[in-house]
Design a protein around this ligand. Structure first.
Ligand code: TXA
Ligand code: MG
Length: 317
């Protein structure tokens, strides 16, 4: 199968209607989209990504107005979050409606839903009569794509079409929050909406970040975002000094050639750092060095989401 990169939304819509896959830009990362209501199309997503079927997908809808078609028993706190953060990088875990196929949710009775803000994703969703199930458009377990060419590098020949939508602005995936009964709202994945902003909107939440524990829910895998080279976390030069390349937050390590280092944000801006993260990991992974040594960011705002990705990238299976 030939893989085309283009700007043709009508062609993308035609392919999706026919049950084919299309990679789409979102504000977080590129997604690998299929008609969420068509189990055969959804099955192709798992196949193309080599993703195990126990790892459920996020359903993308055009606006909060269609939320009730796909989710049931929506708590007030969820509606509040939707009104503040949609369109945007926040995913709500809610009891699913019948119409969502079991394959999308891996048999769970909850469905993950979000409204993306990227203008191309938004325009495409408005053209369609169905929502889009879309995981990140990478091979399972590997680094997420923030450019159309990142998608092509991993999925060439496996999908017919990639919509070119430029660099993703947020650069880390959406924050995932659920509303378990008898407990505080729980963040299951730190992401594009910082936990602090959620708390400022609905009060205290639990953060059950999967980087520090075993998977608690399907897909909350400890090892993820893996480059091919080992990634170590350290804030100084490593013992591998001569074989290492460095991912830095805001400054170069003294005593190491700058050509062996990438700095996520010279002005120490967490947003800029998150936006550059996956692209810089790919660049370092493509260098001849043996290992990547990454420095953690301040544990605040988007820094927490970035650190979560780095910690999981550091876990080898
Ligand atoms: O920003 C994003 O969320 C991107 C863009 C494309 O929207 N999508 C994305 O999808 O990151 P993916 O498949 O790479 O990550 C989805 C995560 C997985 O960890 C999955 O296990 C979890 O969401 N998930 C989906 N449905 C769930 C459910 N019903 N219960 C628990 N976790 C769920
Ligand atoms: Mg992913």
């Amino acid at each position: 199968m030939d893989t085309t990169i283009g700007y043709d939304l009508s062609e993308a819509a035609r392919l999706l209607q026919a049950g084919e896959l299309v990679a789409i830009p979102t504000e977080t990362v590129y997604g690998l989209a299929a008609n969420a209501l068509n189990p055969d199309a959804v099955a192709k997503v798992f196949e193309a990504k080599q993703r195990p079927s126990f790892d459920p997908l996020i359903v993308h809808i055009p606006s909060a107005a269609s939320l009730e078609k796909y989710a049931d028993k929506i708590p007030e706190t969820a509606l509040k979050l939707a009104s503040v953060f949609w369109p945007g990088p926040l995913t709500l875990l809610l009891p699913k409606q019948e119409v969502i196929p079991a394959l999308v949710t891996s048999g769970l009775d909850t469905v993950a839903i979000r409204v993306p803000s990227h203008p191309v994703a938004a325009a495409l969703l408005k053209m369609l009569e169905f929502p889009l199930a879309a995981p990140s458009a990478n091979l399972f377990g590997q680094v997420s794509p923030t450019r159309a060419l990142h998608v092509k590098a991993q999925l060439e020949g496996r999908i017919p079409y990639i919509i070119e939508g430029g660099d993703c602005e947020v650069g880390v995936e959406s924050t995932i929050i659920g509303f378990p009964e008898g407990s505080l709202p729980t963040v299951y994945r730190l992401g594009g909406v910082p936990a602090e902003e959620i708390e400022a909107t609905i009060g205290p939440v639990l953060v059950q970040s999967h980087s520090s524990s075993n998977p608690l829910a399907p897909g909350m895998l400890k090892s993820h975002y893996s480059p091919r080279k080992p990634l170590l976390i350290a804030d100084g030069p490593s013992d591998h000094r001569n074989e290492a390349v460095y991912l830095r937050f805001s400054d170069y390590l003294p005593g190491i050639p700058e050509t062996r280092q990438l700095v996520l944000s010279r002005k120490a801006d967490l947003r800029e750092a998150a936006k550059n993260l996956f692209d810089f990991i790919r660049q370092l992974d493509a260098s001849p060095a043996a290992v990547i040594v990454a420095e953690l960011l301040p544990e605040t705002g988007l820094g927490r989401a970035v650190n979560d990705r780095l910690r999981r990238a550091a876990v080898r299976e």
